[in-house]
Design a protein around this ligand. Structure first.
Ligand code: CA
Length: 218
């Protein structure tokens, strides 16, 4: 799952980016409102962490324009503005959740898992399609009575497929969800991860659709 982090505070931004990457998210980090809008125009992120007090363009203005453009990408506002009016303003402008600084990274990660679940149309904490299930809190996958721990990238790939069971994701779509802007992607990286996942969970878990990509069954 690919996250756009919009935060101008270098120390907080670095801490959040590191924590997100440790939790297997691909992270692109921008430090002002204009760059945030430019990044959001591509629609390549599955969630946004948005500071409100930003150089060049205020976070609320970024959020309002994003919603006017029709984007439904989940947005969690992270900000020091903790007044009631600010919180209500953020939610009414289209935020899905709100986190007041200072916050614990573990809480941020839990809120991200929650918005990811809702985005996938599920309320239950486990993602699954009946054959395989995945726990975003522990990165454990279960299949046929077997439970295994996945690496960060294996988790990210299986998570992307299980968000939309039955939908084919191409190599480019999978790479986009697993890697950030600055990360080098080896040409066979997706094949390598699929191979590992099939070895851990069984060959039937991920289907290859020749020439199109990969999917998990609905
Ligand atoms: Ca700020």
């Amino acid at each position: 799952m690919r996250i756009l982090l919009v935060e101008d505070d270098p120390m907080l931004g670095e801490a959040v980016a590191v924590a997100l990457r440790d939790a297997a998210y691909a992270v692109d980090w921008v430090r002002d409102g204009d760059r945030a809008e430019a990044a959001l125009a591509h629609g390549e992120h599955q969630a946004v962490l948005l500071d409100l007090g930003l150089p060049r363009r205020d976070g609320l203005a970024v959020l309002r324009r994003l919603r006017r453009s029709g984007s439904a990408v989940p947005v969690i506002v992270i900000t020091a503005r903790d007044g009631l009016a600010e919180r209500i303003g953020g939610l009414d402008a289209g935020a899905d959740d709100y986190l007041v600084k200072p916050f614990e990274v573990s809480e941020l990660l839990a809120r991200l898992r929650a918005v990811a679940r809702r985005q996938g149309g599920q309320a239950a904490p486990l993602l699954g399609n009946g054959r395989v299930s995945l726990d975003p809190a522990t990165h454990q996958a279960s299949c046929g009575g077997l439970t295994v721990l996945l690496s960060a990238r294996e988790f990210a790939l299986l998570h992307a497929l299980l968000m939309r069971p039955g939908r084919i994701l191409s190599r480019a779509e999978l790479e986009e969800r697993i890697y950030g802007w600055n990360e080098e992607v080896e040409s066979n990286a997706v094949d390598f991860l699929i191979h590992n996942l099939r070895k851990k969970l069984g060959p039937e878990v991920i289907k290859n659709v020749r020439g199109a990509g990969w999917m998990v069954e609905r």
